[in-house]
Design a protein around this ligand. Structure first.
Ligand code: DC
Length: 207
């Protein structure tokens, strides 16, 4: 079974995807991390995330970069959003994601285009969303814990910028697949979001 979990930053999709993977004993791929690694590699190379050539070159990042904690920073998220607009970057990362999705036994993937591009054949597609205010507050709390001193207003402005870029890019924009189930987590805490996601998957599997 392939479970596709898409949605904007800080919607709770990563937490939900991880929990679904544990619940159904499936391997999980956070595809945002791949784009974050490309963004971080461009930065380390001294290139520009807006230059398609620089961004494409950075898709050959070393595997060790994926465990760099810096990838979770706001800066890496911003760079990821910028490199992800280039079709050549998306193409370069496609095969890795596709083969993860179709591995025997199934998988859970989370990102922006899993249900639409990477695994349009997924048995279950969730589109996890939340209000920008709720997402900014979550992000702000996370950043506080990481010791990244950003104000709530800065985070909200950054989220809006990133949402706009992810939604309006020409290639594989962030949007719910036609057959995706929408899960709004604005009013839900972590446990409630996970329970709601499992209930939706169960309902979908029962047909
Ligand atoms: O989910 P995230 O915040 O880690 O993603 C970072 C950026 O990567 C996001 O702004 C857009 C891009 N991304 C993408 O274009 N496609 C995906 N499947 C996953 C992430």
């Amino acid at each position: 079974m392939i479970i596709a979990v898409d949605g904007p930053t800080a919607s709770g999709k990563g937490t939900i995807a991880q929990a679904l993977a544990a619940h159904y004993r499936l391997p999980h791929l956070d595809t945002g991390l791949l784009y974050r690694a490309v963004g971080r590699q461009v930065f380390l190379d001294g290139g520009s995330p807006d230059d398609p050539g620089d961004a494409l070159a950075a898709t050959s990042f070393p595997e060790s970069l994926l465990s760099d904690t810096e990838l979770r920073s706001e800066a890496a998220g911003g760079l990821a959003s910028r490199v992800s607009v280039h079709p050549a970057v998306r193409e370069a990362l496609f095969e890795r994601q596709r083969s993860f999705a179709v591995q025997p036994g199934g998988a859970v993937l989370d990102g922006r285009d899993i249900g639409t591009v990477i695994a349009p054949d997924a048995e279950v597609k969730l589109f996890v969303t939340a209000s920008v205010e709720a997402r900014a507050l979550r992000r702000w709390k996370e950043m506080q814990l990481r010791g990244e001193p950003h104000t709530l207003a800065e985070i909200e402005a950054d989220l809006r910028r990133r949402d706009e870029r992810d939604r309006t890019r020409a290639e594989a924009p962030l949007k719910a697949a036609k057959d995706a189930v929408i899960l709004d987590t604005s009013e839900l805490n972590r446990e409630e979001s996970i329970a709601a996601a499992i209930a939706l998957v169960e309902a979908k599997l029962r047909g």
